[in-house]
Design a protein around this ligand. Structure first.
Ligand SMILES: [Zn+2]
Length: 58
């Protein structure tokens, strides 16, 4: 399983109402949309099927 860490600064521009945002797959480098609720969970890249753990650095 790969990990994807968010810099805290990413959230500076995100309002509490924004529930979806894009991440770049570390394997195939395609971007895809995840829910903010996926932070701390694992998601599967729709492009290559890699399982990615979404985690905040905070
Ligand atoms: Zn991928």
């Amino acid at each position: 399983m790969a990990g994807f860490e968010f810099d805290d600064s990413v959230f500076d521009d995100i309002s509490n109402e924004l529930e979806h945002f894009e991440v770049d797959c570390p394997e195939c480098e395609n971007s895809f949309e995840i829910s903010i609720n996926d932070i701390g969970e694992s998601v599967t890249c729709p492009h290559c099927g890699l399982e990615i753990l979404i985690q905040s650095e905070s």
